[in-house]
Design a protein around this ligand. Structure first.
Ligand code: PBG
Length: 329
């Protein structure tokens, strides 16, 4: 009985109701985190050429976007600032300014749309004049321990403004434990940490660097701190360390080229795993759509569902609003 013709796997696929009934994985708007780029001013929208369909918004626009997200059931937005060149410095000290653009946006969101979670990126690259995520020594190497201290201060600055999830994306060793300790000491016991635990030195971040204005500034690459795409065992070690240090959830980044990492992490740890479908992945889909090579709605929903199937609790994606609209029907 366990083979053809009695066994026909096409039987359950024969109608829409049956495919729905047998779906092993579902995608809902509650699985999505929407990354947003913040710029100074009021009533400002700046389209980003390399990310067609994505703009930088001034704080008022960010609040409007978060309301759209809420109305479509998206639980959380992620914030990234475009820092004016005159506020960038070698040490990225603008990251610690309690009134920087990031903090203004966090406060405005928590004031106007408190029911939407706010995830904030911890790393110095939007604030440094050299585009690296930390402090450089004379040879241009990112200094781990001094950078980690600054990241702690950056995280506390964001938490004080009202951030719900602190998401360190810098890949310094030891920073999760240091940030967790500091949050506890500062009474931010319910501020979560989503660690960019397995973040690879990827060619897919280009449009993001345009969006935060660091592409032209970046000297060299980030290979001395971000992971080698050749490695998967090292990803498990990164995840284990970050969970031990107090991360509430971990992220794998980029997304689609690293689905194997997501599944390995999910198999090895009983912890929430998120993926970041990054800017270059978004741009690749949009380029395929523009070339007539792909149907946007189909590939957006298919790629996001693939993250769920691989083991993700949720996905950071620039397609979040579009996907939520499609899911709303
Ligand atoms: C900064 C950071 C980057 C991204 C998220 N946080 C870029 C980088 O590491 O150079 C990339 C996100 C994307 O490409 O969409 N540390």
């Amino acid at each position: 009985m366990s083979h053809y013709p009695a066994l026909r796997l096409r039987r359950t696929r024969a109608s829409g109701w049956s495919r729905r009934l047998h779906a092993e994985t579902v995608l809902t708007p509650a699985d999505l985190v929407w990354p947003l780029f913040v710029v100074e001013g009021k009533g400002v929208e700046q389209p980003i050429a390399s990310l067609p369909g994505v703009s930088r918004w001034s704080v008022d626009g960010i609040v409007a976007r978060a309301k759209e997200a809420r109305d479509l059931g998206i639980p959380c937005v992620a914030l990234f600032p475009y820092t004016q060149p005159d506020r960038r410095s070698d040490d990225g000290r603008e990251a610690l300014n309690p009134d920087n653009l990031m903090c203004q946006a966090i406060r405005a969101l928590k004031d106007a749309v408190p029911e939407v979670g706010v995830l904030t990126d911890v790393a110095l690259d939007p604030y440094t004049s050299h585009g690296h995520d930390g402090l450089l020594d004379a040879a241009g190497y990112v200094i781990n321990d001094m950078t980690a201290e600054v990241l702690v201060a950056q995280a506390l600055n964001q938490a004080a403004a009202g951030a719900d999830i602190i998401a360190p994306s810098d890949m310094m060793d030891g920073r999760i434990g240091l940030i967790r300790d500091a949050l506890e000491r500062d009474s931010h016991i319910n501020v979560q940490i989503m660690s960019y635990a397995a973040k690879y030195a990827s060619g897919f971040y280009g449009p993001f660097r345009d969006a935060v204005g660091s592409r032209g500034l970046l000297k060299g690459d980030k290979k001395t701190y971000q992971m080698d795409p050749a490695n998967w065992q090292e990803a498990l070690r990164e995840v284990e360390l970050d969970l031990d240090e107090g991360a509430d959830s971990v992220m794998v980044k980029p997304g689609l080229p690293y689905l194997d990492i997501i599944t390995r992490v999910k198999d090895a740890f009983e912890a929430p795993v998120f993926a970041y479908q990054v800017s270059g992945e978004y741009a690749m889909i949009e380029a395929a759509v523009a070339a007539g090579a792909a149907d946007r709605d189909a590939v957006v929903l298919e790629t996001l569902l693939a993250f769920k199937r691989a083991g993700c609790s949720g996905v950071l994606t620039y397609h979040a609003l579009h996907a939520a609209r499609l899911l709303a029907g």
